[in-house]
Design a protein around this ligand. Structure first.
Ligand code: ZN
Length: 418
């Protein structure tokens, strides 16, 4: 019964997503430039972006079917119990006690490696065939695999202690675990926010301070105008991996840094770069990051509370071939049952995120960047070959950002964007 429910839930979610993908795919086959983009986007660019999206979409159909089948097999064939037993045997062969903490850490590692191997053909194909074909891939195989090894090592260094802590918190605090776990995860989030840009990101990319000049002057003036406590501006070598471009900021309180992708600087004028940044800084000024943090923490608090119902529910574990009730397995099985709520919530978060994007655009517009933001957005969309003709359902469900057309319209649409 529990297994049937679990598989039915994942089947329903899978079919819903395939339906949305299909709707989007149909839209991509339309060769006419949408009326609103006429005069802004040339037919050739539009066709290129369609080809790119179509290629990605076709892989996604195969990939989703593959992962759905895999997940179903794991449920039906008691795959998690199988991995759990392997982990136990591994520890026994090393003469270790096999405490719950130890088995959990090994289990997560074994499962993570299994997952990576399963995903590998798809990540290789999308990077070295699709991104390559459309001129975005700048990675070598060597870089790809060194990234992968670094990520696995990071996963072990960070994941190991976290898993141990989660298991110990649940075991030591019993039914009240959700509160303590929430506090712990909150603190962990803050630590991660602090170390990610300064310790982790530099493992993958090189950050160079922006040279003195027009752009730096412009950015400093912008920061001053809105009281953004800017201390440093960096350029990151995003072009090492991909031709996609971006900008972001990080840091706490009075110590903020701005990061610009070298790819962004290559394609945008100084004013457009400032306009894109004005949007990013709008997120800061309007407290969007803080608001997101609050919402996601309310969500995790409720979720941890609900996990409690799964953790001590014996029939759930038995249904999946477990004699005992390991904490990590409880979390994993809970995630299957919770998936519909998660889907719905991510839809609501997408709506919230789009609201924030409009507000940040309006913020940049109020600073006088309307024209530059429009041309900047158009350029970014063209450079990144973003989907220019989104299906409304697909877009509403998945997109964290409004589409180009929606954003241009909200900024006050006029064709004179140059
Ligand atoms: Zn934004």
């Amino acid at each position: 019964m529990i297994k049937t429910t679990t598989t039915s839930i994942s089947l329903a979610i899978y079919l819903w997503n395939v339906y949305l993908d299909y709707r989007q795919y149909k839209k991509l086959r339309e060769s006419k430039v949408p009326t609103v983009l006429k005069g802004i986007v040339k037919q050739g660019v539009f066709d290129k972006s369609r080809e790119y999206s179509k290629d990605k979409s076709r892989v996604k159909f195969v990939q989703d079917l593959y992962f759905f089948t895999l997940a179903t097999l794991l449920i039906v064939e008691n795959g998690y119990a199988f991995f759990w037993n392997i982990s136990k045997t591994l520890l026994e062969s090393m003469n270790l006690t096999g405490s719950e903490v130890q088995v959990s850490c090994v289990f997560v590692l074994v499962y993570m490696l299994f997952d990576i191997v399963c995903k590998l053909p798809f990540s290789l194909y999308s990077t070295f065939v699709i991104e390559e074909k459309h001129g975005f891939n700048k990675q070598t195989l060597g870089l790809f695999f060194s990234d992968l090894v670094k990520s696995i090592l990071l996963g072990v260094v960070i994941g190991g202690p976290i898993i141990s802590a989660v298991v110990l918190i649940v075991r030591k605090t019993g039914r009240d675990f959700y509160f303590y776990l929430w506090v712990f995860m909150f603190l962990f989030q803050i630590v991660l926010l602090m170390i990610y840009p300064t310790l982790i990101q530099p493992l993958f990319n090189k950050f160079t301070p922006l040279e003195d000049g027009e752009l730096k002057k412009g950015i400093n003036e912008l920061a001053k105008r809105i009281d953004f406590p800017l201390t440093k501006i960096f350029v990151v070598d995003g072009s090492k991996r991909s031709g996609h471009s971006n900008a972001y900021f990080f840091g706490f309180f009075k110590n903020k840094r701005i990061v610009l992708f070298d790819t962004l600087l290559e394609t945008s004028s100084h004013e457009e770069t400032c306009a894109v940044l004005a949007h990013e800084l709008g997120h800061w000024k309007l407290n969007h990051i803080l608001k997101n943090l609050i919402f996601s923490n309310i969500h995790s608090f409720i979720m941890y509370y609900l996990v409690g119902f799964a953790l001590w529910y014996d029939p759930l574990f038995q249904a999946f071939g477990f004699k005992d009730q390991p904490v990590v397995i409880g979390f994993l099985l809970f995630s299957y049952l919770y998936a519909p709520v998660e889907e719905l919530l991510s839809f609501l978060f997408a709506i919230l995120s789009r609201t924030f994007e409009y507000q940040a655009d309006a913020f940049a517009k109020a600073l006088g960047y309307e024209a530059q933001l429009k041309s900047g957005l158009i350029k970014l969309n063209i450079e990144n070959l973003g989907n220019m003709n989104p299906d409304p359902w697909f877009s509403a469900w998945h997109h964290s950002h409004p589409t180009l057309v929606e954003r241009l319209n909200a900024l006050g649409f006029s064709k004179k964007t140059d």
